[in-house]
Structures are given as structure tokens and as C-alpha cells.
Design a protein. Structure first.
Length: 377
């Protein structure tokens, strides 16, 4: 029994040993395969290392060139979003007092230069013109009367001179007769007195001629004054018909029919669209390379497109100095603040042919301080 038991245990152990041998053989085969594969893998790594190095150098070079190009691009312009489109707002006011009888426009109307806008009641001004015409005619008649008086005084002077000449001859003749004792002294004295009176009459006539000449000058001055009054009356009459001084868009209209106006009272405003510009408030640190004439690209939010232009003018002072209460850094506590200065730019001709840009629109100008527009890619 013991022998049989030992044989059974030997039979049970023999397969396990076979499995162990099989496992050992497999491990040896695996080790042989690994030994045969390792030399091939080492050769592949040696071939791939130069390729990786070249790719790394190429990527580094591209990054360096791109970084340099990006830096140059960032240094080639100055931009701001603190900008708007500006233009003229031409206020229209009356030059005389009067009552409105006609209004031909409303807000947002497009008007041409010389187009009728408002009419005032012209009747009072027509009467003033007629009165000025009458005054002018009267002044002209005064000139004619003064000229006639002058001619009369000249004739009187000639007659007085002739009478005085005869009187002086009589004085000389009667002196000779007095010496010959032909006449009495009383008669000679009377003739001498007459001669003196006639001589004084000549002086008086000459003075009268000068006075009449000055009266002509006064009458002519009155004519000029009457003509000026007539011209003013006609101007006032023309002011009753108010026309557009420029071509543009009507806005801020306040005038109404029947309204009584006073001189200088504003009626409406006209915005000319053919003369606009861009005012950009750049920081003072952005003006180092900026100067007049540099190209500008303006992006307008309303149209969603870019416009080409140029720097038209550099500022004379910061915006705060033009404010109602300019800063006084010499008083109180001082805090340094980067100031902004308004730079004026204009669009190139033909950039806005449809006049879509209006004063007050937001804009984002970019000034190319490098001298020409640049692109990032």
C-alpha cells in the first residue's frame, strides 16, 4: 500500500515538472527574441534623433522670425477707440425781428445751398423801403437846390465885384476933383464911404459863395445817408427770405409758423456732409513717432468698414487745458495722470462718396507711424 501511494504521488508530480520545463523553455525563447530585437530598436532611435533636432531648430527659427515680425507690426502703428467723427454744425439765425409766415423744411431734410427755408412777414420792410426811397429823392432835391443857391451866390459876387470896382474908380476921381476944389469935401467923403461899403459887400459875397459851396457838400452827404438807409431797408427786406447757406442736413429745428422772432434767435442747424474729419484722443505716450501726413486707417462701427486717410493736424495742447476748469497742478495734491491730446485726421478724397459718415459717430483710427500700412500675416 505504501508503494502504491508513492507511485501515485510520483505520477502527480511529473506533469508539473513538465510544465515548469515548458515555462523555462518559453522564457528562454523570449529572452532570445528580445536579444535579437534590441539591436534593431537601437538603430531606429539613432536614425530619428537628427530629424527631431532639425524639426526643433526649424520650429525655433519660425518662432523667432514670427516674434520679430509680430514685434515690428506692433511697433508700426498707434491706435485708439477714443475717437469720433467731427464736422461743422452751422447754426442758422434771423438777422431782423419779424413774424414767421412759412417754414419749408423739417429735421433730417437734405437741403441745397440757396434753398428756401423760412419766410418772415415782409410788409413792414416793404414800407421801410418805400420810405427810404422817398428820403433819397428828397435829399437829391436838396442837392439841386444847394447847387442853384451856389450859382446865385456866385452871380451876386460878380455883381458886387463890378459895383466895387466902379465905386473905387469914383473914389479916385472925386479925390482929384477935391484937390482942384471943384467939389466940396462932404461930397468926397460920401463917395469914399460908398467905396468902403462896396468893398465890404465883395467880402460878404465871397463868404456867401463859400457857405453855399459847403451847403452843397452837406446836401450830397445827406444823399449818401439816404442811399445807405435805402440799402439797409432793402437788405432787411431780403432778410425776410431765409435760405440755406450751405448744402447739408437740417437738424435741431425750433422755428414754427406764427412765431415772433428777435434778431439773433436760432432757427435750426445745418450739417454739411462734404467737410468732415476724425478727432482721436491719443495718449501723450502715443505721439512720440506721430506727425502730420502719416497714413491712417479708420474703422467706423456704423458702416463696419475701414476708410483710408491721413493725419491732418497735431494738437496744440491737451484736452484738459481747453476745458472750462483747467487743472492747476501748483495747488493742492498733485497726481500724475497720462494726458490725452486730440489728433485731427481726414479721409482721402472719394472714401465716402455716399456721405454715410455723420458727425458724432464712433470711430477707431489707426495711425501707421512706420509710414505705410502693415499686415500681420
Amino acid at each position: 500500500m505504501d508503494r502504491l501511494h508513492d507511485q501515485q504521488q510520483a505520477l502527480q508530480r511529473s506533469p508539473q515538472s513538465n510544465d515548469i520545463h515548458a515555462d523555462n523553455d518559453a522564457e528562454e525563447e523570449d529572452s532570445d527574441d528580445s536579444n535579437t530585437k534590441h539591436p534593431a530598436d537601437g538603430g531606429g532611435d539613432r536614425h530619428r534623433r537628427p530629424v527631431r533636432l532639425i524639426l526643433a531648430l526649424l520650429v525655433a527659427a519660425i518662432l523667432c522670425v514670427g516674434s520679430l515680425h509680430f514685434w515690428r507690426y506692433m511697433q508700426s502703428y498707434e491706435a485708439t477707440d477714443d475717437a469720433e467723427i467731427d464736422g461743422h454744425l452751422d447754426p442758422l439765425s434771423t438777422r431782423i425781428d419779424g413774424t414767421v409766415v412759412n417754414v419749408y423744411v423739417e429735421d433730417t431734410y437734405e437741403v441745397k445751398q440757396g434753398q428756401a427755408l423760412v419766410d418772415l412777414d415782409p410788409r413792414d420792410n416793404k414800407v421801410a423801403v418805400e420810405n427810404a426811397v422817398a428820403n433819397l429823392v428828397q435829399a437829391e432835391q436838396g442837392v439841386q437846390a444847394a447847387q442853384q443857391n451856389y450859382a446865385l451866390s456866385v452871380a451876386n459876387l460878380a455883381a458886387t465885384v463890378a459895383t466895387n470896382a466902379k465905386a473905387q474908380v469914383d473914389v479916385a476921381r472925386f479925390h482929384e476933383l477935391l484937390k482942384q476944389a471943384v467939389i466940396a469935401r462932404e461930397t468926397d467923403d460920401a463917395i469914399v464911404m460908398t467905396g468902403k461899403v462896396d468893398a465890404a459887400g465883395v467880402n460878404s459875397a465871397r463868404a456867401d459863395v463859400g457857405a453855399k459851396a459847403r451847403m452843397i457838400g452837406q446836401a450830397e452827404a445827406a444823399v449818401q445817408a439816404a442811399q445807405a438807409s435805402l440799402d439797409q431797408a432793402r437788405l432787411n427786406l431780403s432778410y425776410t427770405h431765409i435760405v440755406a447757406p450751405v448744402t447739408g442736413i437740417v437738424g435741431n429745428k425750433t422755428v414754427q409758423v406764427g412765431q415772433r422772432l428777435q434778431p439773433g434767435q436760432q432757427l435750426l442747424s445745418i450739417v454739411p456732409l462734404n467737410d468732415i474729419w476724425i478727432t482721436a484722443d491719443f495718449r501723450e505716450t502715443q505721439l512720440r513717432k506721430m506727425h502730420r501726413g502719416q497714413p491712417v486707417t479708420v474703422h467706423v462701427d456704423t458702416t463696419g468698414r475701414d476708410y483710408k486717410g491721413y493725419v491732418d493736424g497735431m494738437p496744440g495742447a491737451t484736452g484738459e487745458l481747453y476745458s472750462l476748469l483747467p487743472p492747476e497742478n501748483a495747488t493742492g495734491n498733485y497726481v500724475k495722470v497720462v494726458q490725452r491730446l486730440p489728433v485731427r485726421s481726414r479721409l482721402n478724397p472719394g472714401e465716402d462718396p455716399d456721405h454715410r459718415l455723420r458727425p458724432g459717430m464712433s470711430a477707431e483710427p489707426t495711425v501707421w507711424v512706420a509710414g505705410r500700412p502693415q499686415t500681420l500675416w
